[in-house]
Design a protein around this ligand. Structure first.
Ligand SMILES: *Cc1c(COP(=O)(O)O)cnc(C)c1O
Length: 364
């Protein structure tokens, strides 16, 4: 036995007591928790694609012959295909192990200890989480009542230590877009503006065009939501070419594994199928909004993504969340500032919406 026992003391003081990111649980675990078979679980808590990935992706993964070799550290084939999909040159693209990895990489590239990152809550939790891990300080500039960003507030918060601002568009969990006017206004600041378009395919609105005209704009995307590849971890970003050079130097050489590369490439070759599922999901989103609006005790927010935010007006969101859970229907419950008594419900298949509506009627 080693005499050394107290590793705790050696751990960086600033992250010794960090609050971990609160992730969602996989179906098998949820299924055990509520004692409902996995195929009966209605999983509407992760904004995942209920139709799964393309069948061609499954075949390509089964047929791929080079799992024993390291993937291309330059991601050449993938970056070329992504470039074509996005409509820019490959020199503007970097792929990551999910866009989560790119959030971390961007912060590693720009933050000195103590530098500030503007965060506009309620929003995606990874921005503040990765900021802490990268020794930065999160400066919160809350969104307004309607979840739009507070541009004057952001401008006031800028100082010489501000390096980066993250804006998800559509925002998770509120589902609304940021306007191009607001992005242009933010770009005037001397900071890196990251527009996170994880849900781009569900709305078609993008800031990619602006990346070509601004040295401080980054757009992040992912295959997790629209392409049904959340479990494989495939994301990418569109960056000014100068930033790409630096990112390619500091990233782990084999950051996107072979399976993720094969799956992403094959997804881009099966757009007809994937466009069909995106259409099904956006149509179901509108139907779900209609169905949920019949409950007078719910305030349903409009959405440009594959989820819908609802506020439980009688303050019983926690109970609703628990009761749905007991029936094997999993949604995301929030009780953070700006999200009091809110549920975020991912858009599933029509039968999932139907099960949800029946369960909610049962509760009245
Ligand atoms: C889901 C999500 C991501 C994470 O995407 P991955 O590619 O799976 O890491 C990033 N940003 C937002 C806003 C998301 O909701």
């Amino acid at each position: 036995m080693s005499l050394f026992q107290d590793s705790e003391k050696l751990i960086r003081r600033d992250i010794r007591h960090i609050e971990g990111y609160v992730p969602i649980e996989p179906t098998e675990i949820l299924s055990k928790q509520v004692e409902i078979p996995p195929d009966k679980v209605v999983k509407l808590d992760g904004n995942e694609n209920p139709y799964g990935c393309s069948e061609k992706v499954r075949q390509a993964l089964a047929n791929y012959e080079y799992y024993h070799l390291y993937p291309d550290p330059e991601q050449r084939e993938l970056r070329r295909a992504l470039a074509e999909y996005v409509g820019v040159g490959p020199e503007y693209i970097v792929a990551g192990s999910g866009s989560d990895e790119l959030i971390d990489l961007v912060l590693r590239l720009f933050l000195e200890p103590g530098d500030e990152v503007i965060n506009c809550p309620p929003t995606f939790g990874m921005y503040s989480f990765s900021t802490s891990v990268c020794r930065g300080l999160t400066v919160d500039v809350p969104r307004r009542e309607d979840f739009s960003i507070d541009v004057p507030g952001i401008k006031k918060a800028l100082n010489k230590n501000t390096k980066v601002i993250f804006i998800a568009s559509p925002n998770n969990p509120s589902g609304n877009l940021v306007s191009e006017g607001d992005i242009r206004e933010l770009l005037k600041g001397n900071i890196i503006v990251v527009i996170d378009e994880a849900y781009f395919e569900f709305c078609g609105v993008t800031a990619v065009r602006l990346v070509m005209q601004h040295a401080n704009l980054i757009v992040l995307r992912t295959f997790s939501k629209w392409a049904g590849l959340a479990g494989l971890r495939a994301g990418y970003g569109i960056f000014p070419a100068d930033i790409v050079k630096h990112l390619m130097r500091i990233k782990q050489p084999y950051n996107v594994n072979c399976a993720a590369q094969v799956a992403a490439l094959e997804s881009l070759r099966d757009m007809d199928y994937l466009r069909g599922t995106i259409k099904a999901i956006t149509a179901e989103r509108e139907r779900m909004i209609g169905e949920l609006s019949q409950f007078t005790w719910l305030k349903v927010y409009p959405s440009q993504a594959n989820f819908v935010l609802c506020r439980v007006l009688d303050g019983e969101a926690k109970r609703v969340h628990r009761k749905l859970r007991q029936k094997g229907i999993f949604v995301r419950y929030f009780d953070a500032p700006g999200l009091r008594d809110c549920l975020r419900i991912s858009v599933g298949k029509p039968e999932h919406t139907d099960a949800l509506v029946v369960a909610l009627k049962d509760m009245c």
